[in-house]
Design a protein around this ligand. Structure first.
Ligand SMILES: *[C@@H]1O[C@H](CO)[C@@H](O)[C@H](O)[C@H]1NC(C)=O
Ligand SMILES: *[C@@H]1O[C@H](CO)[C@@H](O)[C@H](O)[C@H]1NC(C)=O
Ligand SMILES: *[C@@H]1O[C@H](CO)[C@@H](O)[C@H](O)[C@H]1NC(C)=O
Length: 761
């Protein structure tokens, strides 16, 4: 069922609130009921370095000399489909129970980048998922899969695989290890989980198979108008002496690392970091996409197809950085209550004292198209900034140099971890907890509960307080430890029926030459990310880990396990959403820095051992509850067959219009068609008989939607809409639908549907 957004028009907030709370509390009660039952375990062939004298007559090859000034590494890239169920599953990110998939605008991917030393097994894998975050369940699945792939893959493991989410808010959820983020998706979804794990493994395999000798170089560029700070009030809590060192209250720098193979100096991929929330697609979007990061990657990959400098199989990774307080809604946060006012600077509330009507505005927010145009704009700014840099790279880049590739990883229990601040004062971190402002959500999508940002005391809503009180009353020690945070959800002290949130986090960093990558399990705020990077850079310089080369540090996350946010202690004390979501208390950031620095010696060239592994986090994959029901039945209405066309496209359409067609459909959860497609546009060749596929459901402008029309009889319809444009050639086309139907008893069967031919003029 397509969902009706309740906040449209004049919303009855009480009804929405009660509905959401009762849905959540019903689920929680059901969990506790079930907890009573026993939980069932559910090369180097072309080694010669490129010489300046060679190919002096070839403009493409001669442009590639900058990278060749660096050292040689093993490099490999790979990409694979991870698109889980696109319908009937709640989306991850907004924690909006009503945001349930209804189709697909763009497939989502895992992109693996492997960097290794020539001649040794020292390597690391930077694996980007078009997903909300890296996660313990998914990472465990990937590590088990790698172990099962045999001795050829034995160099990949706990220490050197980073699973980094783009932080997209428009893909299926249900694959989380911990209970809290499972709540809105009604538990664990094995199908979607497996799609991510299998795709991630395939991407590593492809990257591994493509390993060859090559060069790396990096550079930076300024991206304007793609991000702003959504919590500037918190940012202002940082000392002025620190703020004046920066021109903006978000980082506007995009860093690009280029992968260039030695054999013919073609580029095999780029890996970029830039902080912006992939919340361009709003909390009421129900089509799967990679949001602005996935779309930027798609645009880059499309742009180099057939280009002389780019190798076949080129992969562009758009990774997240210190994303915490950033937003792509660059026009600011406004009260959609008819007042025409901006939301309150301190609390992000509107005239009614609540945050519900406070919405961030993307560059094209007036277009009622679910954020699609704003998403395209923010993606294009990242893509074109990266592409311009890439195109001028040879005169601007810095070569990665220093022969060693190192990584370290260990687990750290954050419950009462004691360590000294720089001034010697001993402080500690705490079991995970979320503050009241967590429930308020952000201006990217306000929370469903009646809380306001920076709420110091009791929430305005007594019902939620009762539910929260039922869950767990924080211990006195926990309350004291969490300082300024009024605890709403004491998740770190709740493990019934299994752990609600991570207390044990992954501490991990990578180094190739002077290039250091800090992997964060939390979404670092702008200033938190700067402090963390600066501390690592200073320590790396001091200990000469990068030899003669100045260290260059990037931060990627949220990765490996989802540990919500990390702000500076000053921002924490303001307790807006990001501070309230800083799980481990006021000293989380200094602790993360301490833990990274503790591991830094393992990035030394001389280091050959690894840190002690630390405590193993709970693995909830087999004990996770699930209220997600499977597909029962598909059937075609009497006299029709699956794939029959219900509505033909118009016989002729002008470019720029939307060509739409409807078929007798079946549930796409029957077969995810990974590495395949549910929809295609085919063009008729000049011979008048050969059809060639020109677009698939990976393409942003081809939108697949599925709708159950009769639940009892199992009828459904699929609509495929092609948003045509100037980039499409005039000609004769047809649209194809690929489906799979499930009878009540028997096997799932594939079918296709094909429209009549039509012309595009
Ligand atoms: C989605 O939410 C935005 C922001 O509130 C609103 O402008 C838009 O109309 C909504 N779309 C739908 C289909 O409800
Ligand atoms: C980190 O904290 C530990 C105590 O837990 C301390 O011994 C160590 O010196 C600290 N490291 C740094 C680099 O601050
Ligand atoms: C050290 O710094 C912390 C945080 O700014 C502060 O709370 C503490 O009082 C300082 N300790 C000393 C001895 O200055």
């Amino acid at each position: 069922m397509p969902f009706q957004h309740q906040r449209r028009g004049a919303p009855p907030p009480k009804r929405a609130l009660v509905a959401t709370i009762s849905a959540v509390s019903l689920f929680i009660l059901a969990l506790f009921a079930l907890a009573q039952l026993s939980s069932t375990p559910a090369e180097g062939k072309f080694a010669a370095r490129f010489q300046n004298a060679e190919h002096a007559d070839n403009p493409f090859l001669s442009r590639s000399r900058a990278a060749a000034a660096g050292d040689k590494y093993l490099i490999g890239v790979g990409k694979a489909d991870i698109t889980g169920p696109v319908v009937e599953i709640n989306f991850a990110g907004y924690a909006n129970t009503e945001q349930i998939g209804s189709g697909l605008r763009q497939r989502i991917y895992a992109r693996s980048f492997i960097i290794g030393e020539v001649g040794t097994d020292n390597r690391f894998v930077y694996l980007i998922l078009d997903a909300m975050c890296g996660d313990t369940a998914v990472r465990n699945g990937i590590l088990e899969g790698l172990a099962a792939m045999g001795s050829g893959y034995s160099m990949y493991g706990q220490s050197n695989v980073a699973v980094v989410g783009t932080h997209s808010h428009s893909g299926p959820g249900g694959w989380f290890n911990y209970l809290l983020p499972q709540i809105t998706s009604l538990g664990f979804d094995h199908q979607g989980y497996q799609a991510i794990v299998d795709g991630a493994l395939l991407s590593v395999k492809r990257a591994h198979d493509s390993l060859q000798e090559g060069y790396l170089d990096f550079g930076t560029t300024h991206i304007s108008e793609a991000n702003i700070n959504r919590s500037p009030y918190s940012y202002l809590a940082n000392p002025e002496s620190e703020r004046v060192q920066y021109t903006d209250n978000v980082d506007k720098t995009l860093t690009l690392l280029r992968f260039q193979r030695a054999s013919d100096n073609k580029n095999i991929g780029v890996l970029t970091w830039f902080p912006v929330h992939p919340t361009s697609m709003l909390g009421n979007n129900t089509h799967v996409t990679g949001d602005n990061k996935g779309l930027a990657a798609y645009l880059f990959e499309q742009s180099v197809k057939g280009n002389d400098q780019a190798a076949d199989g080129f992969v562009a990774g758009f990774s997240q950085a210190n994303v915490g307080d950033t937003t792509p809604n660059i026009l600011g946060a406004w009260c959609e209550d008819g007042s025409g006012q901006e939301c309150d600077f301190q609390t992000s509330t509107c005239a009614d004292g609540k945050s519900q009507s406070c919405h961030g505005r993307g560059p094209f927010f007036r277009k009622l198209d679910l954020g699609v145009t704003s998403c395209f704009d923010i993606a294009s700014k990242q893509f074109s900034g990266a592409k311009e840099l890439y195109d001028s790279f040879d005169s601007k880049s810095t070569a990665v140099a220093g022969s060693s590739v190192r990584s370290f990883h260990y687990f750290q229990d954050m419950q009462y971890y004691k360590f000294p601040l720089d001034n010697g004062t001993e402080v500690q971190t705490c079991p995970a907890a979320l503050g009241y402002s967590f429930a308020a959500g952000t201006s990217d999508w306000p929370g469903a509960f009646d809380f306001t940002q920076g709420d110091e005391g009791a929430p305005n809503n007594p019902l939620w307080q009762v539910v929260a009180g039922l869950l767990r009353v924080p211990s006195a020690e926990q309350k004291k430890c969490q300082g300024q945070k009024p605890i709403l959800l004491d998740v770190g002290e709740m493990d019934l029926p299994y752990a609600w949130s991570a207390n044990i986090v992954d501490v991990q960093s990578f180094r190739v030459g002077q290039f250091i990558i800090v992997i964060s399990p939390s979404e670092a705020s702008t200033m938190a990310g700067r402090r963390w990077r600066n501390a690592v850079k200073a320590a790396a310089s001091e200990s000469s880990i990068t030899g003669d080369h100045e260290p260059f540090v990037v931060l990627g996350g949220p990765a490996n396990s989802y540990a919500h946010y990390v702000t500076t202690p000053e921002e924490y004390n303001v307790q807006r959403y990001e501070g309230a979501s800083t799980l481990y208390g006021p000293w989380e950031l200094p602790a993360y820095i301490n833990l990274t620095l503790r591991g830094l010696p393992y990035l030394n060239e001389a280091a050959s051992d690894s840190p002690p592994p630390g405590p193993t986090p709970p693995d909830n994959r087999e004990k996770s509850l699930s209220f997600i029901t499977g597909v029962v039945l598909d059937a075609a209405p009497a006299g029709k067959s699956f794939g029959a066309v219900i509505t033909q496209p118009a016989a002729s359409s002008a470019r720029g219009s939307v060509v739409s067609t409807t078929f007798v459909g079946a549930n796409p959860r029957n077969n995810l068609r990974l590495e395949g497609t549910f929809a295609a546009v085919e063009k008729l060749g000049s011979d008048g008989e050969t059809w060639t596929q020109v677009l698939s459901d990976n393409d942003w402008r081809l939108v697949y939607s599925w709708k159950r029309t009769n639940f009892v009889l199992g009828h459904s319809e699929v609509t495929i809409a092609w948003e045509t444009g100037d980039e499409d050639a005039a000609g004769t086309y047809r649209i194809k639908y690929y489906g799979d139907s499930k009878p009540l008893i028997g096997d799932i069967t594939a079918f296709t549907g094909t429209t009549d031919a039509f012309t595009l003029t």
